[in-house]
Design a protein around this ligand. Structure first.
Ligand code: HEM
Length: 457
């Protein structure tokens, strides 16, 4: 191995010590502390142990890499030393697919990213903003004053409906529960490894899988019967027209699995971020007033809907999205398996080690985000802010950086704008503190409820 090309394996005289292990409980390890406010917990351990340490979460041990150097490593070099296949490969296998992007590494991964870039791009969403506004209105049409909304699960249905429509043209409708079961069971079994494999043989899971497969079949059939002659090309059209690296069309199983990915992509991530965004705006009345003024003006100028131009000129709403992604990052850790040894923070990290790069931890370091605990929607646009590459990483960094980041940002803005334009909401109490539960990605759980006060005229 040539050290000139492997700067992270060059520390002379390194001792084979393992990084420090954070103290925890027998059996549970650090799982309880990690479960609520995981980033806050890791921040404490980072200040105690430095940029590399180990935690135990139930039956699993993870080596945490944290701080700006860790983010830089992830952004620039991690492809050489860290892999995704071991973590997500089981999920891909269960889906019967080799074109499951998160599970791929190296050249096959780059090939798929290129192929799916247009479908997952911001433009796919921008061109259908009005449809998303109307879908949101249909979805909320039964909300009456006094109704209590369980925010996270409700928004999971809404954003999945949006993405199914925008990326694959068919909404998921009542297949949502099946899709949810498929995603969560596989995350728990294959990625988090908190559940045994035999749960995949249980009838409720098998029924959910059959249901999701039936939806995928319908989506593919619809696209074959309705080629994109007088409608925009979407992700599924691109996949149907594509060939693999050997020049062969993708098999039916692979196409079906890829067809389900739009439904999965935002179910946890966008829905959780949107829940925190709604919380943050209601928790800060000054922010609410500014965002609402922008939103009302945009809908008025757009004859009751939103346009792409209006969206580009909404700094308060955009700042709210960026600041929510900073403070309430729903992807603050990037799990990987070490494929090749490297040195980090004075320790050698050996092949086979499970690492989590805590990409969202820098969001709370004052050298990059002054007064990091302060929710400040203007900080991202301030000319004199510290501009440090890789310190802001809500969509992680490096080769697997979220391909739908632009789309997600647009979806967050359009959906929140529509909800705030159409309704007044109230938190349980004005000083309510939202829970942040890591299960598996940070989300506010089932306990976060808001009340519909009135439908706005
Ligand atoms: C706030 C919302 C979102 C967040 C925070 C987020 C975050 C992430 C993260 C951290 C990854 C990398 C996972 C890993 O490497 O282990 C990822 C991958 C990905 N995301 Fe997102 N995501 C969001 C929404 C979306 C949406 C709406 C879409 C598309 C509809 C999307 C599509 C993708 C795709 C296709 C990948 C795979 C990229 C690859 O493996 O190269 N994401 N996302």
């Amino acid at each position: 191995m040539n050290n000139a090309h492997t700067p992270h394996l060059s520390t002379p005289g390194l001792t084979p010590r393992r990084p420090p292990l954070a103290s925890g409980l027998p059996l549970l390890g650090n799982a309880l502390s990690f479960r609520t406010h995981p980033v806050r917990y890791l921040l404490g351990l980072y200040h105690e142990h430095g940029p590399v340490f180990r935690v135990r979460l139930l039956n699993r041990e993870y080596t945490i890499l944290a701080g700006l150097e860790a983010n830089r490593f992830l952004a620039r070099e991690a492809g050489e030393y860290l892999g995704s296949g071991e973590l997500f490969g089981g999920f891909a296998l269960e889906m019967g697919s080799e074109i499951f992007m998160v599970a791929l590494d190296g050249a096959p991964h780059r090939y798929q990213r290129k192929l799916q870039r247009r479908g997952f791009g911001r433009e796919s969403f921008i061109t259908r903003i009005d449809e998303v506004v109307q879908l949101t209105r249909t979805f909320t049409s039964a909300w009456r004053p006094g109704a209590r909304i369980t925010v996270f699960p409700t928004l999971q249905r809404l954003v999945t409906e949006h993405l199914g429509r925008v990326l694959g043209t068919l909404p998921c409708g009542d297949a949502f529960d099946a899709l949810w079961t498929l995603l969560n069971t596989n995350m728990n079994v294959h990625v988090m490894k908190t559940h045994p494999k035999w749960v995949l043989r249980l009838p409720p899971y098998q029924r959910a899988k059959a249901r999701a497969w039936a939806l995928a079949r319908r989506v593919l059939a619809w696209h074959r019967e309705n080629p994109p002659v007088d409608r925009p090309v979407d992700l599924i059209d691109d996949l149907l027209a594509a060939v693999d690296e050997d020049g062969k069309p993708f098999g039916e199983g692979e196409l079906m699995a890829a067809t389900l990915s739009p439904y999965f992509a935002g179910m946890d991530t966008v829905a959780s971020t949107l829940s925190f965004m709604l919380y943050a705006v209601l928790r800060h009345p000054d922010v609410l007033a500014r965002v609402r003024a922008e939103v009302d003006a945009a809908f008025a100028a757009g004859d009751g809907t939103l346009t792409a131009d209006a969206l580009r000129a909404m700094p308060a709403l955009h700042g709210l999205a960026l600041e929510t992604l900073r403070v309430y990052s729903v992807a603050p850790f990037t799990p990987r398996t070490v494929t090749q040894a490297f040195d980090f923070g004075g320790y050698r990290i050996e092949p086979g080690t499970q690492v989590m790069v805590a990409n969202g931890l820098t969001h709370f370091l004052p050298e990059y985000f002054p007064e990091p605990q302060r929710f400040d929607i203007d900080r991202h646009a301030r000319a004199d802010r510290p501009k440090v590459a890789n310190a802001y990483a809500p969509f992680t960094l490096g080769s697997h950086t979220c391909l739908g980041a632009g789309m997600a940002e647009t979806q967050l803005m359009v959906t929140l704008a529509t909800l705030l334009h159409d309704f007044d909401f109230a938190l349980p109490t004005p000083d309510y503190e939202v829970p942040v539960l890591a299960a598996p990605i940070p989300n506010p759980g089932q306990g976060f409820k808001i009340t519909v006060q009135r439908r706005r005229p």
